[in-house]
Design a protein around this ligand. Structure first.
Ligand code: COA
Length: 535
């Protein structure tokens, strides 16, 4: 494969200015992440430690193989919501390697309101289970939770993808042969009791873990019976009387080592075949992405410059390089894994959509995963393009992406607006993982366009009544829409609501994608079957 030849002058004023602006965004991201994760001096954390318990992230570090990374999802979930009283939404989810197996780990953070579940905690838990199901990853639940956050019950209990979905997913995964292991390291109350009860194998920590459908206060209120938590559902009870748990652990560390031992007994299943070659660092330094990533979304960026700083040896086998230049398509390797890349390079036209659909077909027929690099304002508008059938051609691209059964990965490196989001494997198109860079923005259209549309609609309404819109009203409407879109379009707004799997540093993109592809080969990929392409 040929090496991309970069046209960027890293000493230029524009590169340096972009880099400076990007590093400010990156510092904000790092600071927000640090303050979410590092809460060592908070009273709930001190209380937790005094009880001799390890913190959720410490538990995970001990569970995974030494010197292997943990790919954490959505660490800024619930950010800027609930007065920031739910850091990471009170749950840590991600992928780590245990005895060489990529494993989905879900750990309650009991220092956040007793590890109870608000809407975002539920979404994170269910999303993590979805990832496990799609990729056939064993699940470890490190349980330490008071169950539902009761004031938020209407948002956590009744709906299809609420609390009940955890246990449904556990049953379905177990039936598919995806191991479900629980370690009860604290409270496990009410509905939450089903997490260990529905697991294939369960470990419980002495004088620390409890499992019960109704805790002592509820039992007293319901029956008048007075009982301690330990007598009702402690480790001794469940490993020697009820049999709800299988292994008795002395403390957190012992429980984790039992869990690791269980992994030694799991079956090694056949993986999806993929031609993996020796990994190579990119020829161009990934740190140069800071000078290239669009801080100002109005600035055009040649997406080959992004690809060059992400793929092995900066080598790229471009497909249809001379045709439909507003999309860049081609093959490359990321840490030795083959990947097909579709990257925006401007607005989507009919021919762009056809090129994209054609390339998706190449990837599915060759069984190569696809990376979508999103920086998209949407499909082209106007009479000329409607007459040529942009809706029909756009639909072909969307159709191809929707039905492509090779693993899809999406990284939003700029804007993600309008139907371009669909064609480029937005969240609704089931990419295995979706990440945002700190500069990324996502909304149905850009703020300026939304403001112009709404002003035009208002003007038309008034005109029909023989009235005119005053300049002051136009200015006020424009200002309020711009502010709203700026706020709701930010990567932080998105990640707080788990519309993505997290915000990432551009430099880490390569490593994260490689982990994603490695995870995706644990399940053999389904054959792709396309439906009717409208011709
Ligand atoms: N809903 C809402 N808030 C809850 C809660 C729940 N189910 N359980 C605990 N909290 C809150 C507490 O009010 C406290 O809030 P604060 O920090 O603002 O004061 C915080 O979580 C920590 O609770 P605390 O009891 O001080 O911590 P703990 O570590 O000693 O005990 C639990 C944690 C979870 C064991 C204990 O709070 C408990 O038993 N909660 C009730 C669990 C229950 O019955 N759940 C049923 C849900 S279906």
């Amino acid at each position: 494969m040929y090496r991309i030849k970069s046209q960027i002058d890293i000493n230029s004023e524009s590169f340096q200015a972009n880099q400076k602006a990007f590093l400010e965004l990156l510092n904000t991201f790092r600071e927000r992440t640090r303050s979410t994760i590092d809460r060592a001096q908070e009273s709930a954390v001190l209380k937790h430690k005094e009880r001799g318990k390890l913190l959720a992230r410490e538990r995970i570090n001990l569970l995974v193989d030494p010197n292997t990374p943990f790919m954490e999802f959505s660490s800024l979930a619930a950010y800027n919501k609930y007065e920031n009283q739910f850091p990471s939404a009170g749950i840590i989810t991600g992928i780590g390697v245990i005895h060489g197996k990529e494993t989905l780990i879900i750990a309650n953070d009991a220092t956040v309101k007793g590890g109870t579940y608000i809407k975002e905690t539920i979404r994170k838990h269910v999303r993590a289970q979805e990832i496990a199901m799609e990729n056939h990853l064993p699940c470890v639940y490190m349980v330490d939770s008071g169950g539902a956050f009761l004031p938020d019950q209407a948002n956590v209990f009744p709906d299809r993808f609420d609390f009940g979905r955890f246990f449904f997913n556990q049953a379905r995964m177990s039936a598919e042969g995806i191991p479900q292991i629980s370690i009860v390291m604290g409270s496990c109350t009410a509905g939450g009791a089903y997490v260990p009860a529905m697991s294939d194998e369960t470990i419980i920590v002495k004088e620390q873990g409890t499992i019960f459908i109704g805790g002592p206060p509820l039992v007293k209120a319901a029956t008048g019976e007075e009982v301690t938590a330990e007598e009702l559902g402690g480790a001794d009870v469940h490993t020697s009387i009820s049999g709800v748990a299988d292994h008795f652990a002395e403390d957190d560390r012992h429980a984790i080592s039992i869990c690791r031992n269980i992994f030694e007994t799991l079956e090694h299943k056949e993986k999806q075949k993929l031609d993996i070659i020796e990994a190579e660092e990119p020829f161009y330094d990934p740190k140069e992405l800071y000078g290239i990533a669009p801080v100002d979304l109005k600035k055009a960026v040649d997406s080959r410059e992004i690809i060059a700083r992400m793929v092995d040896g900066s080598r790229f086998q471009e497909f249809k390089a001379r045709y439909a230049p507003t999309i860049v398509t081609g093959f490359a390797h990321i840490m030795g894994f083959p990947i097909g890349i579709i990257a925006n390079n401007g607005v989507l036209f009919s021919e762009t959509a056809l090129k994209g659909a054609h390339f998706v077909e190449l990837c599915t027929s060759r069984n190569i995963p696809i990376l979508f690099l999103q920086n998209i304002t949407g499909f082209i508008v106007g009479k000329e393009y409607e007459h040529k059938g942009i809706a029909r051609d756009g639909a072909k691209f969307v159709h191809a992406v929707a039905n492509a059964n090779v693993p899809k990965f999406t990284v939003v490196f700029g804007g993600s607006f309008g139907a371009g989001n669909y064609a480029m494997a937005g969240r609704a198109y089931d990419p295995r993982l979706l990440f945002m860079w700190p500069n990324a923005k996502i909304s149905v259209m850009g703020g300026e366009q939304a403001a112009d549309v709404l002003i035009q609609v208002k003007k038309d309404q008034l005109y029909a009544r023989g009235e005119e819109m005053k300049q002051d009203d136009i200015d006020n409407l424009k200002k309020s829409i711009l502010e709203k879109y700026e706020h709701e379009g930010s990567a932080y707004y998105s990640t707080a609501r788990i519309w993505d799997d997290g915000i990432i540093d551009p430099v880490d993109t390569r490593k994260i994608l490689a982990m994603g592809i490695a995870m995706s080969i644990n399940k053999k990929w389904d054959k792709t079957k396309f439906g009717i392409f409208r011709m």
